[in-house]
Design a binder for this molecule. Structure first.
Ligand code: DQA
Length: 149
């Protein structure tokens, strides 16, 4: 029987508005379109993908906490604005010790200075920033390569 990898996709605040929010920066694809596309790709890669989007920091933290019990092998996280503010999300990821890839749709280094600092990057396995929605797809491919080798 082929092994299945459990991946949790986490999207932070305001990403529920993708498709209508600052489309010149984030494009016009919606979050549900993205998640459906990633789920289809996951099936082909023997990945079981679960998803959470929340505008509340504590909800994301509690989901990270339950990841151990949920047997999550890898996390893909776009923490959105919490990237630049949340030591609590950093601590949660360290506490569960599950490898993760940080994704940003826009290039956070080409925008306002305050976006250039991430509280997660140094503890991540890698960061994909500025590749639009493809960043999530590359993260999935990378996880598949790493986990099935
Ligand atoms: C973002 C970049 C963040 O700076 C911003 O707060 C977001 C989205 C991105 O995907 O480009 O909400 O994480």
């Amino acid at each position: 029987m082929k092994k299945i990898i459990n991946v949790l996709l986490i999207n932070g605040p305001n990403l529920n508005l993708l498709g209508t929010r600052e489309t010149e920066i984030y494009g016009d694809e919606t979050l549900s379109h993205l998640v459906n596309d990633l789920k289809k790709r996951s099936e082909k890669l023997n990945i079981s993908l679960s998803h959470i989007q929340s505008n509340a920091e504590h909800v994301l933290i509690e989901k990270i906490h339950s990841s151990k019990k949920d047997k999550i092998n890898y996390i893909i996280i776009n923490p959105a604005a919490f990237t630049h503010t949340s030591i609590a999300i950093r601590d949660a990821l360290i506490a569960v010790d599950i490898p993760f890839i940080e994704v940003h749709i826009s290039n956070i280094y080409a925008r306002e200075n305050f976006r250039s600092h991430s509280w997660l990057s140094d503890i991540s396995k890698g960061v994909i920033t500025g590749l639009g929605f493809d960043g999530y797809r590359w993260a999935l491919e990378t996880i598949s390569k790493r986990c099935f080798l």
